[in-house]
Design a protein around this ligand. Structure first.
Ligand code: 6PG
Length: 248
């Protein structure tokens, strides 16, 4: 993170306030990006925390404030399962958001979790390169990347000790998560740290210890993947509920 990179920590009373603030930030970023470049590119987080946010964004008071025809939705990570599987991050977004908004289907860039992991990662990487057309050795720059935080410090599907953490050339990596006995697809840190705005959504007392270690730059935190999310020249925002911050 260079000295110009902004990092902000916003503490919310509860998950409802966190979701409202996240939804307002989403709408503001979308408006800025669309007025600047006629498109808004966002990589969505999986997991359970963001589902309520996606539902809120899909509600009339919020969805009417977004020009969905200019929005391009990607995923930050995916489980290697079919899109209708209960574990699928695509399915979660389909139910919470896509089924309620008028987003052109061609603006939805799903990670093909049903394919063999290596093929899925290669295909998605090609899709990113085709869409963003980055210069040689450059990395696609998302306007917004939403991230969650695991209790072990993982984010997207970058888990502690994963070789994907040291992947500097690929845009998309496959990981086998021993603890979960499951294959995953994930954007690499190169792509995450190239984003214009990275927004962590962190809620729950179970995240307090790991979040505190990361945000206080505790030496023990260096092995946490989420601690390596340091935008090159974008903005880093941690939206946290009070219980994830811990006792004041
Ligand atoms: C996933 C997510 C993952 C998630 C964290 C936190 O696919 O599960 O990308 O990184 O964000 O595990 O999950 P919760 O928000 O559900 O606690």
């Amino acid at each position: 993170m260079n000295q110009f990179t902004e990092r902000e920590i916003i503490v919310c009373q509860d998950i409802e306030e966190l979701n409202r603030k996240a939804a307002e930030r989403f709408i503001a970023l979308a408006g800025d990006a669309i007025s600047r470049s006629e498109r808004f590119t966002v990589a969505l987080s999986g997991g359970s925390t963001p589902k309520a946010l996606y539902s809120l964004i899909a509600s009339p008071d919020y969805r009417e404030r977004v020009d969905w025809s200019r929005v391009h939705l990607f995923w930050g990570d995916e489980r290697c399962v079919p899109p209708d599987h209960m574990e699928s991050n695509f399915r979660m977004v389909q139910e919470a958001l896509l089924s309620k908004i008028s987003l052109p289907p061609e603006n939805v860039y799903r990670m093909p979790g049903e394919k063999a992991p290596q093929d899925a990662a290669a295909d998605y990487e090609n899709e990113l390169r085709t869409f963003f057309r980055p210069a040689v050795n450059a990395v696609p720059r998302f306007d917004l990347i939403l991230l969650g935080l695991g209790e072990d410090g993982h984010t997207a599907s970058l888990f502690p000790g994963s070789s994907a953490l040291n992947e500097h050339n690929r845009l998309v990596a496959t990981v086998y998560v021993q603890r979960l006995k499951a294959h995953r697809l994930t954007l690499t840190l190169s792509v995450i740290n190239a984003a214009g705005q990275i927004l962590f959504l962190v809620s729950g007392q179970s995240k307090a210890a790991v979040a505190k270690a990361i945000l206080s730059s505790d030496s023990a935190a260096k092995d946490y993947p989420a601690a390596r999310v340091k935008p090159i020249d974008g903005r880093l925002t941690w939206l946290m509920t009070q219980d994830a911050v811990g006792p004041v």
